[in-house]
Design a protein. Structure first.
Length: 417
């Protein structure tokens, strides 16, 4: 027989504030039960586990107890009304009724989640970079996709742990990427959830909604195994004779300039002659809005001179990423690289030719890593790359164990002199 009770999980304590959510548990039968978050959290010492009630010793007993009891009563009322109307009160029906999404209709005079999200993006636009705004639009697209996938209107009150689990499943397995494959990378999912949590906190601060407990919305992250090119590999690409293929030559030149400037592709491709003053590029980075001054080495100067004081223009990043792989292959950059990725909690090793892994982000990573290995002070490199902390910079550069040991040996030899 169906039953409704309040529930607190002993193993569900947040590491941040040592609190745990209070749930309403609806037991439909022995095999089917659901948890509905009351959006109230307490420390374990304030819960009477024998009687499933809040202890009177809690400093906010009256307020919290009234709220969680009302939530429990709401569920009991939905169950009772369903039985009276001859409706089977299965978990899906209870959730639909409780979150008010029977037909997905909202009053015309009431703004919904996506309306507030648009307001949020507009408010943020003058203060953050283009990349961040693109991330917000990506989040909106995924939320809309989830709404279609779940066939339920997405509202603030439907965002709970059950939503988190389903949204994670959707992002991991059902999102269709531009190349036709399904499922996003772990770090892309992590960024999506992180931005969602920030948006919800912003709404709560503005009293648009009551605070939503997202402490159990785990933001996963894994170390990315991106490659970098050594200076000899960059030079091999630069020395290719591509004079008979103007488009490939322009892409090659832009790539090499990126490897010697450390700029993101979006910044690199936006450089105008006015940004180049003597032996330096002066630019405000699109992502961080930082102003950077980048010196041009001899090869970079040759490229700028070749294009009459500017750089190759009008190259779409998709074309760039596709064609630079073929150019790198022609330059003989075919070392075998093993990349480990996580798929459905299983680590999978895949072997690639190095040229297959080269893309626009390889430029910036190559610049930072090569300058670091040559002994350029970290602070100087960060001033050019735009990294704000040394910790993030050191995570970004690519120095494998063999190369690190080799550099250590060289350092010992210079110290012994």
């Amino acid at each position: 027989m169906a039953s409704v009770k309040l529930l607190v999980k002993k193993h569900n304590v947040s590491k941040r504030d040592r609190k745990t959510p209070v749930y309403v548990q609806y037991n439909y039968n022995r095999d089917k039960r659901i948890l509905i978050n009351t959006n109230r959290k307490i420390e374990l010492k304030f819960w009477d586990f024998e009687n499933d009630v809040l202890r009177r010793s809690h400093p906010k007993y009256d307020t919290i107890n009234r709220h969680i009891k009302k939530t429990k009563l709401d569920i009991e009322t939905i169950v009772s009304n369903a039985l009276d109307d001859g409706i089977e009160p299965n978990p899906e029906y209870i959730l639909n009724q409780y979150y008010g999404i029977n037909n997905g209709a909202e009053p015309n005079d009431r703004k919904g989640l996506f309306d507030y999200f648009e307001d949020y993006i507009k408010a943020k636009s003058p203060r953050v970079g283009k990349h961040t705004i693109n991330d917000y639009h990506a989040l909106k697209k995924h939320l809309k996709g989830y709404e279609r996938w779940s066939r339920k209107k997405l509202e603030f009150k439907s965002i709970n742990y059950s939503f988190y689990q389903k949204f994670m499943k959707y992002l991991s397995h059902d999102v269709v990427k531009p190349d036709g494959e399904k499922g996003l990378a772990v770090n892309t999912i992590g960024k999506t959830l992180r931005n969602l949590k920030i948006f919800l906190r912003d709404c709560a601060r503005k009293n648009i909604i009551d605070p939503i407990d997202t402490s159990d919305f785990i933001v996963y992250q894994e170390e990315v195994e991106n490659i970098y090119l050594t200076e000899s590999e960059v030079n091999a690409i630069y020395e290719l004779d591509l004079s008979k293929d103007h488009e490939r030559e322009r892409i090659r030149d832009l790539f090499v300039l990126g490897c010697y400037s450390g700029l993101r592709y979006s910044d690199l491709s936006s450089i105008k002659p006015a940004n180049i003053k003597g032996d330096f590029i002066h630019l405000r980075q699109g992502k961080t809005m930082n102003h950077v001054v980048i010196p041009l080495n001899d090869i970079a100067k040759e490229i700028v001179h070749k294009y009459n004081g500017g750089i190759p223009q009008g190259i779409h990043m998709n074309d760039f990423n596709k064609m630079i792989k073929g150019i790198a292959a022609e330059a003989g950059i075919n070392e075998e690289i093993i990349i480990t990725q996580k798929r459905e909690s299983v680590r999978v090793d895949t072997t690639y030719k190095k040229f297959e892994l080269i893309a626009s982000h390889t430029c910036r990573r190559s610049f930072c890593t090569n300058e670091y290995l040559k002994g350029t002070p970290t602070l100087f490199i960060m001033k050019i790359s735009g990294h704000r902390t040394e910790r993030n910079f050191l995570k970004y550069i690519k120095v494998d164990e063999q190369l690190a040991a080799q550099k250590m040996l060289e350092f010992w030899k210079t110290r012994e002199r």
